[in-house]
Design a protein around this ligand. Structure first.
Ligand SMILES: [Zn+2]
Length: 163
């Protein structure tokens, strides 16, 4: 199976990336799987600089609250390993995301290396209900749907057909 995956999150101490919203979809499915992880740690345990960065992301970028989530953070690894267990290729956009997701699959392809346009040029769909404002938010669900469409319509049609 080939999958597209996107992740939104925060930075914590030591510049560690903290997952919040993850969406993934196989290239042949219509509906993505979506996971919202509970906070990695209490908000007050952030450094003052990281608190400011968390608030900025909450208010201006992905509009996901640090405090929200349905799945314990301790379930992150098993959740993603299970979701990608039959993955033969995993499409991800951007070097940072490739880095954060590398431990979950050895078959990652960075869409930025194959000419994929900027997400804000591809996205046409509304964000999902996780975000405090539905419009104008970076959303993993919207991103995987847009990327899936680009892969199917553009990237895979470039290949020479085999018989
Ligand atoms: Zn979302």
């Amino acid at each position: 199976m080939a999958y597209v995956i996107d992740v939104q999150g925060f930075k914590s101490y030591g510049n560690k990336f903290i997952f919040k919203e993850v969406a993934l979809i196989s290239l042949t499915e219509k509906v993505p799987s979506v996971y919202l992880f509970k906070p990695h740690h209490a908000f007050m345990r952030h450094s003052p600089t990281n608190r400011a960065s968390v608030r900025w992301l909450e208010n201006n970028y992905h509009r996901l609250k640090w405090s929200r989530g349905d799945i314990d953070y301790s379930e992150l690894d098993i959740t993603l390993l299970r979701a990608l267990r039959d993955a033969q290729s995993v499409y991800v956009k951007g070097a940072d995301k490739v880095q954060w997701l590398r431990k979950y699959s050895s078959e990652i392809i960075d869409l930025e290396t194959v000419g994929c346009p900027a997400l804000n040029k591809l996205r046409r769909l509304p964000a999902c209900a996780h975000h405090s404002l539905i419009i104008d938010a970076e959303c993993a669900v919207s991103n995987v749907l847009a990327l899936k469409q680009w892969i199917n319509d553009v990237l895979l049609t470039r290949r020479v057909p085999t018989e």
